[in-house]
Design a protein around this ligand. Structure first.
Ligand SMILES: [Zn+2]
Length: 1001
């Protein structure tokens, strides 16, 4: 049987589509993924950001869901009562916009649907009704999820435009309003001027979150007849301004801004638009060339100093006001620009202008002293070359944050002298604003932000809009608390969450158009898509009662606010609610019980792009509505998927619909490829070559399974329990021990969701283990029952470990072994480590053999010898004692020196002889230092390895690996007389523990 297994590599490939279909049916019939409360088991609620069905899933969409599913399956295999629900997000304007584009004859969009996704033309025609788009792709995506094998409890499915769901959202919004967290007012939002609607990530091209920040516009005065406003994030540096920069190639405008009681402003055309959107009246009087401003002088509104205006082509009219203030001492860009100008890079522009000197106004650690210019120091330290050097960005942010946290204002800053920058910054800003010499200007952090309609978005100050008050300090505190006690995977992203919580301000939560739920108190508004999808994870728990089936749905009008209060908050009495809603008291109590059983969310999976919006809102809304016991416990964030190194996009023509990929490559292959090619936060690079490689590995595992299971002995052997004393052969002990190591590693890695490494362990490390084992048994000619059993155990372990990733393969092979599909849920559990089989000494001795073979092969390669005999000398006992002593010393102190070691060896008469062989001691020290630290103590426990026996046991393998079965392998211990007789070159002397000496004849 074994022999046949070894020759199965070229057998026919399995038909995965058929196998997948079979298992989908079995899972469905057995309702294996339908989870109900079960007090005997730990519950585990897995959720993923639900899909927006405006196009089918392509490969790029699959990663987050696949990771969540592998996570769900892993937790299920570990005995948890896992619930993995799914819904569909219809809310918002993108579906409306898409329908409109089709109606208006957009052939580009039509062809994408028709040719890339293969949507039938009559179906596309029905898309003139927007909801038909959502319904169609909803089904497409759902089928794709089933085909991928996602272990979803479909009884809990809903869409965000279901009437019942709208009731739930209205409840959520009324609750937030009662708590004072929804307000009406004037606040800035990202805005599409064409659509006349606020924009969020869902509405922008490239799904960019429109993040903006608040600048201070500082007003400089030209002859008191003009205002030259300049935008800055560091208003405190107004004391250090040496000059303004103006772009001589730009046409500026002279305009009346505001009520008209101050001089006219000089600003760029772009700045006019910005100011208008942000609530200022602006009347353009006339245009003025930038060159006209060059050489003029302005007055600093704070210091009253007179400052020159210099020409600079780097000034972008789209940034701020189109004018820039120069603070060379504290802004590395300004310093470098000044340097480049005076060094002649732009000497033409600088012609005839006096050279200004930087004014240092902040002192901080490392930047102290009278003539110190911080920008200069940091520029020189980083080696910045010119003003186009990307290092300037680094210099700027480093100096900015250093001075913000550690800087103190110097004497030349008037009443602020001696104050910390972090403290003075806001005071100076308030002074500017209060005295009318400063204004607020909002700017996007990353520009341009484009709406899906193609229009460039702006920051608009909206009046009478409804806002979620994410600026509320107490709310922020709770959100921080939740984030800080939550498990965030990977942890490095935690600070990003805290940053977003700090940064978030009021956020527009309603729109005038789109699909969704109307604001309960102001029906002219529709709740926007990122606001109605923050606590829907709670709705999953009860949705199976509401959408029971077509005949037994709970009518939406029975879903009262007091019902939701009872189910989600535990408020009120079930009896009274039963009377009010006409629902049975039992049903109401069941909903409450189910909620308290399954909530909170144990893990939430999402792509990294949702950190600054959805995931943070998810936290905010949970802490506002639910008790601490129901706050989410974990967030897992992953990177996106690239195709052959490129972002997937229509313009690259590299979009691959998920369902098509499953048909062509099998679901398991795609699942494994998605999760094995990158660390969590990295982008996963997909390629067909990688897919083929993975498929062939999975096929090999399948073949091995099918062949082993066809053996008569398999049933018996699998059930037979072996005790370690029954196992005597080194390779058997070794592979059993390695299995435990692989299980331990995979479990630890899986707990931290380091799935790439888990898959590497299963697919590659275990493959190497298997190959080594095969070599060992073959060289001994073993084909016994024990081998058969051990191979079955190995297969069993591997199948179990791979099951969360390749569930179809695992189910099929498992079933072929056990032959009972009905029990697959219980039997296919995550393997535990059997300590009895753990055998570090045997792992070391097999490593010894591997290294020995490699050493001999290297010698043969170098010497080109054709030996007839190989003599191997293992080291004397006293050398093992020396080795142990050195190991102890280095474990205790990694930096032990040769003299420390020599001294320690001298303290023990048994090993003091080693002191006469400094070379040997040095070599042993090197050996020990080259062992990974975590393995050192393991080696210490091994004490004395019987190398002689290990090598003799593997003699036949050594000769076969060296390609000569007649090669005579002789092993001697340095301690024995026999060794001296057979050691003409005194090789035994150089032997060391784990490093036998070799002599070829
Ligand atoms: Zn637009």
């Amino acid at each position: 049987m074994l022999d046949s297994y070894l020759h199965v590599k070229h057998a026919a490939r399995p038909d995965w589509n058929l196998i997948e279909k079979k298992w989908r049916n079995i899972w469905d019939e057995q309702k294996i993924f339908e989870s109900d409360p079960d007090s005997t088991k730990h519950k585990y609620l897995v959720t993923v950001a639900y899909p927006y069905p405006n196009s089918p899933q392509h490969i790029g969409h699959g990663r987050t869901y696949t990771l969540a599913d592998a996570h769900a399956r892993y937790k299920r295999m570990r005995g948890n009562n896992v619930l993995f629900p799914m819904g569909f997000h219809y809310t918002g304007t993108p579906i409306l916009a898409m329908s409109r584009r089709l109606v208006s004859g957009d052939m580009d969009l039509y062809n994408t649907f028709r040719n890339v996704y293969g949507v039938p033309s009559e179906v596309i025609e029905s898309f003139n009704e927007p909801v038909n788009i959502a319904r169609f792709f909803h089904q497409e995506i759902k089928e794709g999820m089933k085909e991928m094998g996602f272990s979803i409890d479909w009884r809990r499915e809903f869409t965000t435009i279901d009437e019942a769901f709208s009731k739930f959202i209205a409840w959520q919004f009324n609750l937030l309003k009662k708590k004072g967290l929804i307000i009406q007012g004037s606040h800035p939002v990202g805005w599409c001027p064409r659509d006349q609607n606020p924009v969020s990530q869902h509405d922008t091209l490239g799904d960019i979150e429109p993040i903006f920040i608040e600048y201070t516009l500082v007003k400089f005065y030209l002859n008191d007849t003009y205002v030259l406003p300049v935008a800055t994030l560091r208003p405190e540096t107004v004391y250090g301004v040496t000059n303004l920069w103006v772009n001589p190639h730009v046409k500026y405008v002279v305009a009346r801004v505001g009520e008209g009681n101050e001089p006219m402003w000089i600003i760029s055309h772009d700045a006019v638009l910005k100011l208008k959107h942000q609530g200022h009246n602006v009347d353009i009087n006339h245009e003025i060339d930038g060159t006209k401003l060059v050489g003029q002088y302005v007055r600093n509104p704070i210091t009253q100093n007179s400052l020159p205006i210099y020409p600079a082509s780097f000034v972008d009219p789209k940034d701020g006001s189109g004018l820039v203030m120069s603070v060379p001492a504290h802004a590395p860009y300004d310093y470098q620009a000044l340097l480049d100008f005076t060094n002649g890079n732009s000497s033409k522009e600088m012609h005839n202008h006096e050279i200004v000197k930087p004014i240092t106004i902040i002192e901080s650690e490392g930047y102290e002293g009278d003539n110190v210019v911080p920008s200069q120091i940091i520029i020189e330290r980083l080696g910045v070359e010119d003003q186009h050097d990307p290092l300037l960005e680094k210099a700027t942010s480093e100096l900015y944050s250093h001075e913000f946290y550690k800087g103190r204002l110097k004497e030349n800053t008037g009443k602020y002298a001696g104050m910390m920058v972090s403290e003075a910054k806001d005071l100076i800003r308030s002074e500017l604003l209060q005295n009318g010499i400063g204004e607020i200007l909002y700017e996007f952090v990353k520009k341009p932000v484009k709406c899906r309609c193609g229009e460039e978005c702006v920051v608009k100050v909206l009046n009478d809009q409804w806002f979620l008050k994410y600026s509320e300090a107490q709310w922020k505190d709770l959100a921080h608390e939740c984030i800080n006690r939550m498990d965030i995977v990977p942890d490095e992203i935690r600070s990003e969450f805290n940053y977003v919580v700090d940064w978030l301000k009021e956020r527009a939560c309603a729109r005038k158009s789109g699909l969704g739920t109307r604001l309960p108190w102001d029906q002219g508004w529709i709740i926007e898509s990122l606001s109605d999808s923050v606590i829907y994870t709670a709705y999953y728990i009860i949705s199976r009662y509401i959408h029971f089936d077509d005949d037994n749905n709970i009518p939406a009008q029975n879903l009262t606010e007091s019902l939701f209060d009872y189910v989600f908050l535990g408020e009120g009495s079930s009896k009274r609610i039963s009377e009010e809603t006409t629902l049975s008291e039992e049903l109401i109590c069941n909903m409450r019980t189910e909620f308290t059983y399954f909530y909170p969310v144990d893990t939430r999976h999402s792509g990294r792009d949702l950190v600054p919006n959805h995931l943070t809102f998810f936290v905010f809304n949970h802490v506002a509505i639910f008790d601490r016991a129901y706050w989410p416990r974990q967030i897992v964030v992953n990177g996106s998927v690239l195709m052959d190194g490129k972002k997937m996009s229509k313009s690259f023509g590299n979009i691959i619909p998920l369902r098509q990929a499953v048909r062509e490559h099998s679901a398991d292959t795609i699942r494994v490829a998605m999760l094995s090619s990158a660390e969590l936060l990295q982008d996963a690079d997909f390629s067909f070559e990688a897919l083929r490689g993975i498929r062939s590995r999975l096929d090999d595992i399948y073949q091995m399974g099918i062949h082993l299971s066809s053996s008569d002995n398999i049933q018996k052997s699998l059930k037979q329990l072996y005790h370690s004393q029954d196992v005597t052969e080194s390779e058997d002990k070794w592979i059993l021990s390695m299995m435990q190591r692989r299980i331990r590693d995979a479990t630890e890695l899986m707990d931290r969701l380091r799935v790439r490494e888990v898959l590497h362990t299963i697919l590659y490390s275990m493959e190497q283990d298997l190959q080594w084992y095969n070599k060992r048994i073959r060289s001994k000619g073993r084909f016994d029952l024990l081998v058969n059993t051990i191979l079955s155990m190995f297969l069993e372990t591997r199948i179990k470990l791979i099951a969360p990733f390749a569930p179809f393969l695992a189910s099929e092979v498992w079933n072929s072994i056990v032959g009972d599909a009905a029990k697959i849920k219980e039997d296919l559990d995550w393997p535990g480590v059997v300590e009895e089989y753990t055998d570090p000494a045997t792992e070391e001795s097999e490593d010894l053999i591997k290294n020995l073979i490699q050493d001999i092969q290297n010698i043969l390669k170098v010497t080109k010898m054709k030996p007839t005999c190989v003599n191997i000398y293992t080291s004397a006992k006293w050398k093992w004692k020396v080795y142990q002593r050195i190991l102890e010393l280095i474990i205790a102190n990694r930096n032990s020196s040769l003299s420390d070691v020599m001294r320690a060896l001298g303290e023990n008469s048994e090993i003091s002889q080693a002191r006469s062989d400094v070379k040997l001691v040095k070599k042993i020290m090197e050996d020990v230092l080259s062992i990974p630290a975590e393995r050192r103590s393991l080696k210490l426990n091994i004490k004395n390895l019987d190398e002689l026996m290990a090598i003799e046991d593997a003699a036949s393998l050594i000769s076969s690996e060296l390609g000569d079965l007649n090669l005579e392998i002789s092993v001697f211990s340095e301690d024995e007389e026999e060794a001296k007789k057979n050691d003409p070159k005194s090789k035994a002397r150089s032997s060391r523990p784990f490093k036998p000496a070799i002599y070829l004849i």
